[in-house]
Design a protein around this ligand. Structure first.
Ligand SMILES: Cc1cc2nc3c(=O)[nH]c(=O)nc-3n(C[C@H](O)[C@H](O)[C@H](O)COP(=O)(O)O)c2cc1C
Ligand code: SF4
Length: 418
């Protein structure tokens, strides 16, 4: 197992407490940033590290920060702790067990963005965790790492925790901002992007919890050190949330570029049943589904290689399915989820997710008739590229790739045929 940069609490007992955290480079990154660097230098360092957003899209973090509208203030930073993708449970572990590394990351990001106020937006079910984060923030304030003139500099920062109300769509950054402003959580039309017009119409950085938790060590140990992990285009380590038919599900922090085979067999212990891997969803319910072929199992898990294999790394919630699984059942589950979570703002997704689920149920009822598969395909095609936000697109990809790549599961079963 490579060195853990994020799940360090597993190797360093006491890291979750402020003294324990301080004993292991805690707040040295923030100290270095605010005492010896300008915000622009912090942005350049993060750009040089090659860190990419861990919330799903893999967008380069420093580049995103450099898009903030120049000269417009106040600015805000929002940590996206909505973590609602089925199969993703990494941000929760980070916040529960290594909270100060995450919160220090929020503070470093805020300094780079020249923001004096940052929010941590937690999914509604994290109410207990949100309460603990508030206690962690109070401790940071008492120790001088937050508040007015932090660490004796002329920089002021406040971080507040906000609880959502349990909607998957509120993980989408513009719906999140609507929700944070007290409105119904529905996505905004983009552009403008949050870096230009975000929270309260002001320049805003939205970053995922895991992205932010990388910052303290990048600041203390440097960009070159960070680039020593992972691949050239996807540097660093990544937390893979492994679930499904594996003997040892859980979070595994590994260098980006580690093959699926190593995650599933070396760390996950292979399938719990001993059956072959039939399918892999690399990005939770929002995945293009990959077949469990040798070629796929040997694919390195980095942003480019998983895309080239016909899927996306996303938030790296790797769901493994063995040969006992019927893809028709899987598509029903993903379609139920997206039909339930569609916010209803745009017609292709509001109607499409409903009809897609309806077509899948009809498929089951009619013993997988060829006509029903064609109907499902046509509903999916009617949505692709036409939805206001990525949720609509997410709902389509498992369906289309499930039908195309696992055709045997969608052949008429002939039970009713004469
Ligand atoms: C439907 C939907 C749900 C999302 N859920 C999350 C989430 O729970 N957490 C998250 O960090 N990003 C989520 N995202 C991605 C965010 O919109 C955004 O890209 C991300 O927070 C940016 O942070 P990053 O650059 O650090 O990855 C979601 C996107 C969509 C379309
Ligand atoms: S694609 Fe779906 S979730 Fe996104 S805005 Fe349209 S209805 Fe809402």
């Amino acid at each position: 197992m490579a060195e853990r940069l994020l799940l360090r609490h597993r190797d360093l007992p006491g890291l979750g407490e402020l003294p324990g955290y301080q004993a292991h480079e805690g707040f040295e990154g923030l100290r270095k940033a605010v005492m010896t660097m300008t915000p622009a230098q912090v942005i350049d360092l993060v750009k040089a590290s090659g860190l990419r957003g861990r919330g799903g899209a893999g967008f380069p973090t420093g580049v995103k920060w450099s898009f903030l509208s120049p000269g417009v203030f106040p600015r805000y930073v929002v940590a996206n702790a909505d973590e609602s993708e089925p199969g993703t449970f990494k941000d929760r572990e980070l916040m529960e067990h290594n909270p100060f590394q995450f919160l220090e990351g929020v503070a470093i990001c805020a300094y780079a963005a020249q923001a004096n106020l940052a929010y941590v937006y937690c999914r509604g079910e994290f109410w207990d965790l949100a309460h603990r984060l508030e206690e962690n923030l109070a401790e940071m304030g008492r120790a001088g790492f937050l508040g007015a003139r932090l660490l004796g500099t002329d920089y002021d920062l406040d971080i507040r925790v906000h609880l959502g109300a349990g909607a998957y769509i509120c993980g989408e950054e513009t719906a999140l901002l609507e929700s944070l402003e007290g409105r119904l959580g529905q996505p905004r039309l983009r552009p403008p992007f949050p870096a230009a017009k975000g929270l309260y119409g002001k320049p805003t950085v939205v970053n995922n919890v895991e992205t932010l938790a990388n910052l303290p060590l990048i600041l203390t140990r440097g960009a070159e050190w960070y680039r020593g992990f992972g691949t050239e285009k996807s540097p660093g380590t990544k937390i893979f949330s492994l679930s499904g038919h594996v003997a040892r599900p859980g979070n595994y922090e590994l260098p980006l570029g580690t093959p699926f085979r190593e995650l599933i067999f070396t760390y996950g212990g292979g399938t719990s049943s001993g059956l072959k891997v039939k399918a892999i969803m690399p990005a939770g319910a929002s995945s293009s589904i990959l077949p469990g072929t040798d070629e796929v199992l040997d694919t390195p898990m980095d942003y480019e290689s998983v895309a080239a294999a016909g899927s996306a790394l996303g938030s790296a919630s790797v769901i493994v399915m063995d040969e006992s699984v019927d893809l028709g059942w899987v598509l029903k589950k993903t379609s139920e989820f997206f039909n339930h979570e569609s916010c209803g703002k745009c017609t292709p997704c509001r109607e499409g997710t409903y009809w897609m689920l309806h077509a899948i149920e009809r498929l089951e009822h009619n013993r997988r008739s060829v006509g029903d598969v064609a109907l499902l395909r046509s509903v999916a095609a009617g949505m692709q590229g036409k939805c206001l936000c990525a949720l609509g697109e997410f709902s389509v990809v498992p369906v289309v790739t499930g039908i195309d790549r696992f055709q045997a599961d969608f052949r008429p079963d002939g039970r009713d045929e004469p």
